[in-house]
Design a protein around this ligand. Structure first.
Ligand SMILES: Cc1cc2nc3c(=O)[nH]c(=O)nc-3n(C[C@H](O)[C@H](O)[C@H](O)COP(=O)(O)OP(=O)(O)OC[C@H]3O[C@@H](n4cnc5c(N)ncnc54)[C@H](O)[C@@H]3O)c2cc1C
Ligand code: SF4
Length: 522
């Protein structure tokens, strides 16, 4: 068995899977190490009970919070990483997100690259992940060098009504850029069937633009130099005597230890696991953890300030695929609030099983089934600011400890209030006719539920890149300041979290680092 490779990539999600695809055509020997296996294709993929209530595909790993309480992280170890389960909302960060932004809760620091540096890679990532969208409607849309490769996914009637109402109120609602292989012009040929179990579920028919379907599998099919090893958990990275390069990648696989080596080693295990791996790889040369002379590894953990907000109405909401509408009008503030608030969009349509998993307070006079049938299920995101005390550390056994104190909560409260205000001004209802409108929204109930710490879906920031080796772990090419052959390409590298979903930025940055590595490999 060959154990030396040109490149080893650890983790096959948004970052690692995309990089694997980018490097496979070089002809170099590339090894992708993934601790999980393929998600089995089975009916349970689309069962909300199995996925959301029973957590069938979640890791069983236990982490701890700062007080030692057990956390069951809502994260997935599998080929394709969390993109197998994501909602495929594929946003670019706003141009301003790359600069310093003042928030009420603190400062969002600048990135070491500008939006313009990443723009060509965003365009490439949108093509690779087959994003459907429309430019220029979202008032915060950054400039783009090409249109979206596919038209936007249409709204169903209830969502279109809401969009019209928002527009009537002077807002600029827009279509969420989505990575689903939907052809609305030719439904019989369309790979995507527009179902109600997309967000949070794997796609049985392989129509979601995830890293397994679009990157890992095609790279393996076309390039014999590209190899995937599943169930291969990287336990440690060991360096040469000088400490300047990673020499050995120590893998636990099916109860045995395997050792690999490579000219270049890329860590892409997700922000929490990448930090944990570097910390676990501490040695005499790197006593605080690999690449951690700055002591930033594991710090500045961010996860977004997120809420699911159900707007209940007398009218049912029969929408099947709900996640098509978004609002960024409050992203940078509003006329009466000078600070950024965040982003409003939707989660996939909630049902009673999913609600049961979150155990929300039941609105008086409602059952969970009824609530699910009558709710519009908003997803609100405000920026989480990088706090050095919000961090990943290890306990004595090497298990993950996640310490987190929420911040920027006033921005989120303002965003929530803004949405409540908008919903109270709704006037149209196509299901019950006009008579329904007046009383309908006066009787709305809003049940805010903050996503708990175990919901680490948008984890980022723990191995930040930057110009200064004293305040960052990685240089501008995402190479460790202190090691010649170690790179990181997942969400860890984010210096700030912005307030839109992270995956497209991870993918675009992986393509950018891929270009650098192609040059380096010659
Ligand atoms: C339910 C859900 C919905 C989401 N919806 C959206 C959305 O709509 N839009 C969006 O932009 N983002 C969304 N996200 C977030 C998005 O999926 C993540 O931001 C993205 O997948 C992170 O990419 P990554 O490469 O950093 O890590 P991951 O995709 O998590 O990949 C990390 C990989 O590393 C592997 N790994 C970990 N440790 C090791 C180890 N020691 N050895 C070997 N392999 C290891 C893991 O098994 C995993 O496959 C969602 C996430 C979830 C869970
Ligand atoms: S068929 Fe379409 S909507 Fe359903 S899970 Fe697959 S990609 Fe998502």
């Amino acid at each position: 068995m060959t154990t030396h490779y040109d490149v080893i990539i650890i983790g096959s999600g948004a970052g690692g899977g995309t990089l694997f695809h980018a490097l496979a055509p070089t002809g170099k020997r590339i090894l992708l190490l993934e601790r999980g296996d393929y998600v089995p294709r089975e009916k349970d993929n689309w069962s909300t009970r199995a996925v959301n209530l029973e957590g069938k595909y979640n890791t069983c790993e236990e982490w701890r919070d700062a007080d030692g309480a057990v956390l069951h992280p809502h994260t997935n170890y599998c080929v394709g990483g969390n993109t197998k389960f994501y909602g495929a909302a594929l946003f670019r960060l706003r141009r301003e997100d790359f600069g310093e932004l003042k928030h009420r809760g603190g400062v969002s620091p600048a990135w070491p690259i500008a939006y313009e540096d990443l723009e060509p890679y965003y365009t490439r990532a949108e093509r690779l992940y087959q994003v459907h969208g429309a430019r220029g409607v979202d008032p915060t849309d950054p400039p783009a060098s090409a249109p979206y490769p596919h038209p936007p996914v249409s709204h169903e009637p209830r969502i279109q009504e809401l969009s019209d109402d928002f527009a009537r109120l002077g807002l600029r609602p827009f279509h969420v850029p989505l990575g689903v292989m939907l052809d609305e012009k030719d439904p019989r040929a369309s790979r995507c069937i527009r179902c109600d179990t997309c967000d949070g579920h794997p796609c049985i028919v392989g129509a979601k633009s995830d890293a397994q379907v679009l990157c890992v599998d095609p790279a393996l099919a076309s390039h014999r130099n590209a190899t995937l090893r599943t169930r291969a958990r990287v336990a440690r990275l060991e360096t040469s005597a000088t400490g300047r390069e990673v020499k050995r990648v120590v893998v636990e696989r099916d109860g045995a230890v395997e050792i690999y080596s490579a000219d270049v080693v890329v860590v892409s295990a997700g922000a929490i696991n990448s930090a944990a791996l570097l910390l676990r790889s501490a040695s005499d040369r790197h006593p605080r953890g690999l690449a951690n002379g700055s002591d930033v590894v594991g710090r500045h953990y961010m996860g977004h300030v997120n809420s699911v907000l159900m707007a209940l109405s007398k009218c049912p909401n029969p929408t099947v695929f709900q996640k098509t509408l978004a609002l960024n009008d409050f992203y940078f503030g509003s006329p009466d609030w000078d600070y950024p608030m965040g982003h409003i969009s939707f989660v996939g349509k909630l049902d009673a099983y999913t609600l049961r998993a979150g155990a929300p307070a039941i609105a008086p006079g409602w059952t969970l089934e009824l609530m699910a049938r009558h709710s519009l299920d908003f997803w609100l995101t405000s920026e989480d600011l990088p706090d050095p005390e919000n961090r990943v550390t290890l306990d004595r056994e090497g298990n993950i400890v996640l310490a987190y104190r929420p911040n920027n909560e006033e921005a989120h409260a303002r965003l929530t209030a803004a949405l409540k205000g908008l919903m109270q001004q709704q006037t149209r209802c196509s299901v019950h006719g006009h008579d329904c409108h007046q009383g309908l929204f006066a009787r709305n109930l809003f049940l805010g539920q903050r996503i708990p710490l175990a919901g680490v879906a948008h984890q980022n920031g723990t191995v930040r890149f930057g110009h200064d080796a004293r305040t960052s772990a990685l240089d501008v090419n995402c190479r460790a300041h202190e090691l010649d052959n170690l790179y990181v390409v997942d969400a860890s590298v984010f210096p700030s979290s912005a307030a839109v979903n992270p995956a497209l930025t991870i993918m675009a940055n992986a393509l950018r680092v891929g270009d650098h590595l192609r040059e380096r490999l010659g």
